[in-house]
Design a binder for this molecule. Structure first.
Ligand code: R5P
Length: 291
C-alpha cells in the first residue's frame, strides 16, 4: 500500500503514512500559463494499492480535476486498487434542485468519483437529506466521524459546557457530541436568505447563564451562521463562547470576523488553518486498517 498526497492532502499524508508504517509520496501538480493542470506521479504505482489523500478546499474545482486525473493516471500506470481519502469533500450541500433549472452538483460529481475510485472515505460529509454515502456513491464508500475527537477535546479543555447546534442540520454533530458528553444541548433554527445571509432564531427557552457555550457545526464557510448565532445567544448571559467545527473553510475573512466577537474557535485539521487543533489522522488510519 502506498499513501500518495494530492496537492491539498500534504498536511495529513506523512502523519497517516507514519502511523500505517507505509511509504508515502506526493504527486507533482503545477499549472500551465493557460490554467490547465499538469500531473505526474513521482513513485512507481504498478501493482500497488494506492491511497490518494485530497481535501477539497481553496480552488475546489481544480482539486476535483486534479484528483480525477490522478486516479485515472494511477490506473493507466497499473495500480491495483485506488482509494480516495477526502478529509473534506465538496458540493454535498448541493444535493437537490432548490430552484428549477439548478444543477444537483453532488450527483454528477459522485458519478465521476465512482468511475475513478475503488473506495472512498469521507470525513463528516454534509449528508442532510441522505443518511448514507451509499445513497450517493456506487463505489464502496465509508463515512468517518470526528464527533468522538471533538467530545474528547471538550472534555479535556472546557468545563461546564452547553452545546448549541445552529440549525436542524447540525444535530448530527451538536446533538451527537452532547450525547457523548452527557451535557445539555439546544438546536437553534436557521433560515438561509441568500448564499451569504442567514437568519437565526431561538424558538425555545434555553438556559445558558454562566455556562461555557460551545457552538458545534460541521462547516464554517462565510462564518455567518456562527456570527448570527452568537449575536442572538450573547443576550442570554453565557460565561464564554466557543465554536468547534469539523471543517474550517473560512471564506470571506470569516475567521477574523468571528474572532471579533470574542469567541474561541477550534476546528479539526481536515482543512489546515490557524485554529485546526484537532488531529484527524488517527481516525483515518483506524478506518483504513479495518477495511
Ligand atoms: C450548513 O447547513 C452547514 O451545516 C453550515 O451551517 C454552513 O455551511 C455554514 O455556512 P456559513 O459559515 O457560510 O454560514
Amino acid at each position: 500500500m502506498k499513501i500518495i498526497s494530492c496537492s491539498h492532502g500534504i498536511h495529513l499524508t506523512k502523519k497517516i503514512a507514519n502511523k500505517l508504517k507505509c511509504p508515502s509520496s506526493q504527486i507533482q501538480v503545477s499549472k500551465f500559463p493557460d490554467g490547465e493542470l499538469y500531473i505526474r506521479f513521482l513513485t512507481d504505482v504498478k501493482n500497488q494499492n494506492i491511497i490518494l489523500i485530497q481535501s477539497f478546499y481553496g480552488n475546489i474545482n481544480d482539486c476535483i480535476i486534479e484528483t480525477l486525473f490522478a486516479a485515472k493516471t494511477a490506473k493507466s500506470l497499473g495500480a491495483k486498487k485506488i482509494t480516495l481519502v477526502a478529509p473534506y469533500f465538496p458540493y454535498l450541500r448541493q444535493d437537490k434542485r432548490f430552484k428549477s433549472g439548478e444543477c444537483i452538483s453532488i450527483k454528477i460529481l459522485a458519478q465521476y468519483m465512482d468511475q475513478a475510485f475503488d473506495k472512498i472515505y469521507i470525513l463528516d460529509p454534509h449528508l442532510h437529506r441522505k443518511n448514507k454515502l451509499s445513497q450517493l456513491f456506487k463505489t464502496k464508500s465509508y463515512l468517518l466521524s470526528s464527533n468522538f475527537l471533538i467530545s474528547e477535546y471538550i472534555k479535556k479543555k472546557i468545563s461546564n459546557p452547553v452545546i448549541i447546534g445552529p440549525d436542524n442540520e447540525s444535530y448530527k454533530w451538536a446533538g451527537k457530541v452532547a450525547g457523548i458528553l452527557g451535557c445539555p444541548s439546544f438546536i437553534l433554527s436557521k433560515k438561509r436568505l441568500t448564499e451569504k445571509k442567514v437568519k437565526i432564531t431561538i424558538n425555545k427557552k434555553i438556559s445558558i447563564k454562566n455556562k461555557n457555550v460551545i457552538i458545534v457545526d460541521d462547516i464554517i464557510s462565510t462564518g455567518n451562521t456562527i456570527i448570527q448565532s452568537i449575536k442572538k445567544l450573547k443576550k442570554l448571559g453565557a460565561k464564554k463562547f466557543y465554536c468547534i467545527a469539523v471543517h474550517g473553510i473560512f471564506s470571506e475573512n470569516a475567521l477574523k470576523r468571528i474572532k471579533k466577537l470574542n469567541v474561541t474557535i477550534i476546528t479539526t485539521n481536515s482543512i489546515p488553518n490557524p485554529v485546526s487543533k484537532i488531529d484527524i489522522s488517527g481516525i483515518i488510519v483506524e478506518k483504513l486498517r479495518l477495511k
